[in-house]
Design a protein around this ligand. Structure first.
Ligand SMILES: Cc1ncc(COP(=O)(O)O)c(C=O)c1O
Ligand SMILES: [Zn+2]
Length: 391
């Protein structure tokens, strides 16, 4: 069997196909411009237990369903295969649900961004790219800097000035060129694009490049494998650009085609910051796309994405999964972060802490039913956010 079973790229909006052995960005159809999805040959004959037995505990154990065709091009720092940790001491009402964290904080550079960036940098290397640029709310920039250092590529990172210092320092330490921007991630994106065009750098902005999605998708494969191919009932996901949400959903689709899971799916829940909740508003207003919404700083830096590029795809996943969307204030995130640290011994990112509050709200409203199995995806490490927290 081939190392990667990738066939080509397909536009999920208009169906146009593109070859995967040359550089691609988004759909080239003028009226479309959707993000592109990698598509794979998905044979029914594979037994996952036999296939993955003895493989390393990283996301590259799923290499047949990742885009890199030659293992020599993989740039890895040991990302993925993160633990699932049942809640032990946190209490809410009668604890009528089994609640499990998937804890991404132990990834290289402290967040789940390592997965997407490992895939994107590896594929970029395979395609001969030497210079990569990204706008970032913090974590993706650090990851890009680290993986480019490991892979011998040049990294350019555009980050809002109003980001904790550690996110900036790590970029510089990994040898990236850091550009601090007076504004939010949308402003970073505009500047990054201008400089990318002027200098011939390759842009890996969220969902404007096809392969970060593939790396994030491995969370879906892991959830299935770690839950013995029986998916949880509900997955809570802190949504900025939405790559993880869309990626996990794509993984479920692929695994159904492989015959590893049935058609039953978890209900997917987008959790946003009250300061930047365009997806929540659009979902509840039954719209197909979101408006630009930005009410300023939030302690969950990764959730300050005023208008995700793939808003339509995020909303589609929420509807297809019979999921929902909910926004949480900074005050609630901060108190949840402290409660989780005290009770569970986990110092998680505010983005992850927001999920515990979202669970409480949806349990109180009856949207979560007794007995349902809940997965909370803690996307990052709280140590990087201490500047945002009053101790
Ligand atoms: C810790 C953390 N959680 C969640 C997100 C949002 O991720 P996505 O843009 O894939 O929705 C980010 C993005 O920066 C992040 O850093
Ligand atoms: Zn298209």
């Amino acid at each position: 069997m081939k190392f990667s079973l990738i066939e080509d790229l397909q536009c999920p909006a208009c169906g146009t196909r593109y070859p995967a052995d040359v550089i691609q960005t988004v759909c080239l159809v003028e009226s479309c411009r959707s993000s592109l999805f990698a598509s794979y040959d998905l044979p029914l004959s594979l037994n996952p237990e036999a296939l993955f037995a003895g493989r390393p505990s990283t996301m590259w154990r799923y290499h047949e369903f990742l885009p890199v065709t030659d293992p020599a091009h993989i740039v890895t720092l040991g990302e993925g295969f993160t633990p699932i940790l049942p809640l032990k001491n946190l209490r809410f009402e009668d604890n009528e649900n089994e609640i499990i964290w998937k804890d991404e904080s132990g990834n290289p550079t402290g967040s789940f961004k390592a997965r997407g960036i490992s895939a994107a940098v590896s594929k970029a290397k395979e395609l001969g790219i030497t210079d990569i640029v990204t706008p970032t709310a913090g974590n993706a920039g650090g990851a890009l800097a680290a993986y480019c250092a490991q892979g011998g590529l040049n990294a350019y990172v555009y980050m809002p000035k109003l980001t904790p210092k550690v996110f900036k320092d790590e970029c510089r330490l990994y040898g990236a060129q850091l550009i601090e921007v007076d504004g939010n991630i949308s402003d970073c994106g505009k500047l990054a694009e201008k400089d990318a065009i002027a200098n011939g750098w390759f842009q890996v902005s969220t969902l404007k490049e096809p392969y970060r999605l593939e790396g994030k998708k491995t969370m879906g494969y892991e959830i299935a494998e770690q839950f013995n191919w029986e998916l949880p009932d509900v997955i809570f996901y802190p949504t900025g650009g939405g790559t993880g949400l869309i990626g996990i959903w794509k993984a479920f689709d692929e695994m159904e085609k492989l015959g590893w899971i049935g058609s039953k799916r978890p209900r997917m829940v987008t959790v946003q910051s009250m300061s930047c909740d365009g997806i929540t508003q659009a979902f509840h207003n039954k719209e197909l796309s979101s408006q630009f919404v930005d009410h300023g700083f939030t302690i969950a830096n990764g959730l300050r994405v005023p208008k995700p590029y793939a808003d339509k795809l995020i909303l589609k996943v929420l509807r297809e999964s019979a999921g929902t969307a909910i926004s949480i204030t900074d005050e609630r995130m901060e108190s949840a972060l402290k409660e989780i640290a005290r009770k569970e011994g986990m110092l998680i990112a505010p983005e992850g802490a927001a999920l515990w509050e979202a669970y409480k709200s949806l349990k109180t409203s009856g949207w979560i039913r007794p007995g349902e199995k809940i997965l909370l995806l803690n996307t990052g490490n709280g140590y990087k956010y201490l500047e945002n927290i009053t101790i």
